[in-house]
Design a protein around this ligand. Structure first.
Ligand code: 5GP
Length: 193
C-alpha cells in the first residue's frame, strides 16, 4: 500500500452517491507534507516528458498542481470558472459538468498562458466520469499544445473516466485507484498497481 492509500484509509470518508471525502488532508484542509510527496511522485512519473506547463481546474486541483509545478520548475495554469455568457476571443473555453454539484460551468484559459509549443501535464484531485479532464484536454488541443500526460491523485476505478481517458492513448497516472467503496461500512478497496 502506498503513502496515499494509507492516508485515504485512515482519514477518507465514504459518502453516498459515490463521493469520497478527503477534505481533512487533500482538498479543504491540506497536509503540506503529503502535497510535497504527491508533487515529487508525479515528477518522478513524468520526468522524461519535458513538461513546460501544469494545467488544472478550479478549485480543488489548484493546491496540488502548485506542488507539482514546483517540482518541474514550470508555471501552473488553472482553468477558471466563467459566468460570462459572452465568450471573449482571448480565451479558450470548455463546458464541464461538476461531478459533485451536477452543475455545468464554462471554464476558460487565457490564450496568453497556453501556446502551441507547450507540453502540458494535466493534474487533478479526482477522476470520476472524466468530464473535467475532457474539458482540459479540449482546451489544450484548441491551443495546439501537446498533452504529455495526466496525473490524478485519486481515481475512482468503478466510474468510467479512467477507461475513457486511457482509450485516448494519453499516459494517465493515478496515485490511488479505488475499485470499490461502501458508504454503509466505510470500506474502501484499492486496485493493485
Ligand atoms: P469528473 O469530471 O471526472 O466526473 O469528476 C472529477 C471532478 O469532480 C474533480 O475535479 C473533483 O473535484 C470532483 N470529484 C469527483 N469525484 C469526487 C469525489 O468522490 N470526492 C470529491 N471530493 N470530489 C470529487
Amino acid at each position: 500500500m502506498n503513502f496515499l492509500e494509507e492516508r485515504i484509509l485512515k482519514d477518507g470518508i465514504v459518502k453516498p452517491n459515490n463521493v469520497l471525502k478527503v477534505d481533512s488532508f487533500l482538498n479543504h484542509q491540506m497536509d503540506i507534507s503529503l502535497m510535497e510527496e504527491i508533487g515529487q511522485e508525479f515528477h518522478r512519473r513524468f520526468a522524461d516528458k519535458n513538461i513546460t506547463k501544469i494545467l488544472t481546474i478550479e478549485a480543488s486541483g489548484i493546491g496540488i498542481a502548485c506542488f507539482v509545478a514546483k517540482e518541474f520548475g514550470v508555471p501552473m495554469v488553472f482553468a477558471k470558472k466563467s459566468h460570462s455568457i459572452n465568450i471573449d476571443s482571448e480565451v479558450y473555453m470548455a463546458e464541464v459538468e461538476s461531478f459533485t454539484k451536477k452543475t455545468k460551468n464554462n471554464v476558460i484559459v487565457s490564450k496568453k498562458f497556453l501556446k502551441q509549443d507547450d507540453r502540458v501535464l494535466i493534474i487533478d484531485d479526482f477522476l470520476a466520469n472524466g468530464c473535467a479532464l475532457q474539458g482540459l484536454i479540449g482546451i489544450s488541443k484548441t491551443a495546439g499544445a501537446t498533452v504529455e500526460g495526466i496525473g490524478i491523485v485519486i481515481e475512482k476505478g468503478f466510474q468510467i473516466g479512467g477507461q475513457v481517458i486511457r482509450n485516448l492513448g494519453i499516459q494517465l497516472e493515478s496515485l490511488a485507484i479505488v475499485d470499490a467503496m461502501d458508504a454503509e461500512t466505510g470500506a474502501i478497496t484499492f486496485r493493485e498497481q
